[in-house]
Write a protein that binds this ligand. Structure first.
Ligand code: UDP
Length: 259
């Protein structure tokens, strides 16, 4: 039971009204979906891990001056963020060919791209988030040209930073998805990086073995999803050795006590 007003329930998160105007609480669920919602399941403890991983990455991005919506983590599954008007575009940044790119263009999975590729998809579940060109964005007014320039610049900065962050823990950043939102001050708006950054929306491969440490394990029925997400958190230093299960056990324990 919740005392707070629920604003929205998405595939992996629930949004609640925050304690102050202009804030929102993001609750991270264990639910996982793939292939435009056709495949559904749960990854035990995913919400706890994604909450921590996303907190870490947003905080680090803040340190290099990337404006973002994250304020603070509230508890194991919730974080307080600034309320933004989401730009209805998913920004996909690719360093290595994988996923829909390989299917669309027949490029072999794992082929390094000669330059970082940015793609845009229209955020619409009913349409299956179709790939769009910048011309569609301009034509339908989903974002201004200035906003698109800023989004592309920020996406490249985020990519450069995240490639380094993950390379430092022996993980190759293959591709990932970003979302941006606007906050308004009178007639003027500012863009903030929003949503989450976690193994749900990134492809992460072990640098040596190419082992997948992301949601592709779920998409492809490979098993070991929980362990993969835990491994990412562990390498980021978010789960001191041997504590991964303890964190989840603690949550189970609290639930049993009705807290
Ligand atoms: N992605 C995402 N949400 C989406 C679509 C893609 O987070 O709705 C992420 C996905 O996890 C991957 C990257 O964006 O890291 C590129 O995904 P792709 O276009 O290859 O799509 P998919 O293989 O998921 O169909």
């Amino acid at each position: 039971m919740s005392r707070r007003r629920q604003i929205y329930e998405g595939k992996a998160k629930i949004l609640y009204e925050g304690p102050e105007p202009g804030t929102i609480i993001q609750y991270f669920k264990d639910d996982a979906t793939a292939f435009n919602n056709q495949k559904k399941g749960t990854i035990n403890g995913k919400g706890v891990l994604n909450n921590r991983i996303s907190e870490h990455i947003f905080t680090r991005l803040g340190h290099i001056g990337v404006p973002h919506h994250f304020i603070r983590r509230l508890n194991m599954r919730e974080q307080l963020v600034r309320q933004v008007e989401i730009v209805p575009i998913e920004i996909v940044v690719r360093n290595v060919a994988a996923g829909s790119l390989t299917k669309r263009l027949g490029v072999e999975e794992g082929t390094p791209l000669p330059r970082t590729l940015i793609e845009y998809c229209y955020k619409d579940d009913a349409l299956g988030d179709p790939l769009i060109a910048e011309e569609h964005i301009a034509c339908f007014g989903w974002a201004s040209q200035d906003e698109m320039n800023e989004i592309a610049d920020m996406a490249i900065r985020v990519n450069d930073f995240m490639c380094g962050l993950f390379a430092g823990i022996n993980i190759r950043l293959i591709d990932f998805k970003l979302e941006f939102g606007r906050i308004w001050d009178g007639d003027y708006s500012r863009l903030l990086l929003a949503d989450e950054i976690s193994p749900d929306g990134c492809r992460l491969w072990d640098m040596e073995s190419d082992e997948k440490l992301d949601k592709d394990r779920f998409r492809r029925d490979m098993g070991g999803e929980v362990e993969a997400y835990q491994e990412v958190a562990r390498r980021l230093g978010l789960l001191p050795e041997g504590t991964a299960n303890e964190v989840l056990d603690l949550e189970q324990h609290r639930k049993k006590r009705g807290k």
